[in-house]
Design a protein around this ligand. Structure first.
Ligand code: BV8
Ligand code: ZN
Length: 244
């Protein structure tokens, strides 16, 4: 049985998740698909240039991602984090790099999607109007709607080269956390890959859960190798955290 981690009454837990936590729900990770996302090069579907060049291809890609995400179900790792949130209340904060909605469907609420959400679209003109709920799959760019200002709607996704979301809140939560738990992320994409180093600098215990050592392994005080769905349940024991 993997070691358990103590969470004392004065502890605050910051959790960061990546594609690995959704692997057991059947959603492919980025590493697994050898740098190709469902057969597409990142440059063709997830950069501002790609959007300018061919918004139809970008919408085809994210429509396919929407379809597979809506068909997927949360797995025991998602539920274990929702349980931990229920136990710790405001001593818990969850930041995810994932754009799927499996954390929400498992019951997580104190959650921030730093790379955006599949379930929303926003105006490409950044006119200031907030993102809108949009779970549709578009077969053709002609089907995609427009913002009230006339701008075309784009996926509410952080493309490479674009600023990540909620960084002020993330920096605040990392600064006041005493334990950082990182689950299922290879540590290859920034600034998320640096969070563990920020946590280490502010004296937090840093724990990684995943079947492979991440690229930022040096910054973790504990590495628990294994699948999140198996490890997390054991780690928290499902009931109130007996992390002694
Ligand atoms: C920015 C949304 C600046 C889209 C995403 C050179 C050096 C350093 C940085 C850079 C650089 N050149 C460019 C950069 C910056 C760039 C970057 O980091 N590039 C990398 C490739 C080097 N970063 C950016 O562009 C960021 N923006 O820097 O802006 C700026 C500043 C001011 C003003 C304007 C701009 C934006 C990055 C966000 C891009 N969007 N997602 C979408 O999802 O479709 S990133 C996307 O890829 C994901 O969100 C995630 O972040 C990343 C994939 O990583 P992981 O989630 O870790 O997945 P991966 O497959 O790699 O690993 C899975 C892991 O799970 C594995 O370790 C595996 O072992 C594990 N696993 C498998 N099964 C399980 C498991 N774990 C547990 N249980 C299991 N069962
Ligand atoms: Zn607009």
């Amino acid at each position: 049985m993997p070691s358990q981690i103590i969470i004392a009454p004065e502890d605050r837990v910051f959790v960061l998740t990546g594609a690995g936590i959704s692997a057991e729900s059947g959603l492919p990770t980025f590493r697994a698909s050898d740098g190709l996302w469902e057969g597409h090069r990142i440059e063709d579907v997830c950069t501002p240039e790609a959007w300018e060049r061919n918004p139809g291809l970008v919408w085809e890609f994210y429509s396919a991602r929407r379809d597979s995400a809506w068909r997927a179900q949360p797995n025991p790792a998602h539920f274990a984090l929702a349980q931990l949130e229920a136990n710790l209340g405001d001593r818990f904060f969850l930041c995810t790099q994932n754009v799927d909605d499996l954390h929400e469907r498992a019951g997580s609420r104190r959650l921030l999607h730093m790379h955006g959400e599949l379930a929303r679209s926003r105006c490409q003109r950044e006119c200031g109007l907030p993102p809108v709920e949009d779970r549709a799959s578009y077969r053709d760019i002609g089907e995609v709607g427009f913002c009230a200002c006339g701008g075309r709607l784009r996926p509410h996704i952080v493309f490479f080269g674009e600023m990540t979301l909620g960084m002020d809140q993330i920096e605040r939560e990392i600064a006041r956390a005493t334990v950082m738990l990182v689950i299922g992320t290879s540590g290859s994409v920034y600034p998320a890959a640096d969070f563990v180093r920020w946590a280490r600098r502010s004296g937090s215990r840093t724990v990684y859960v995943g079947p492979e050592r991440p690229l930022n392994a040096e910054a973790f005080s504990h590495i628990v190798e294994g699948a999140a769905g198996e490890i997390l349940r054991g780690l928290f024991g499902g009931g109130p955290p007996k992390l002694s």
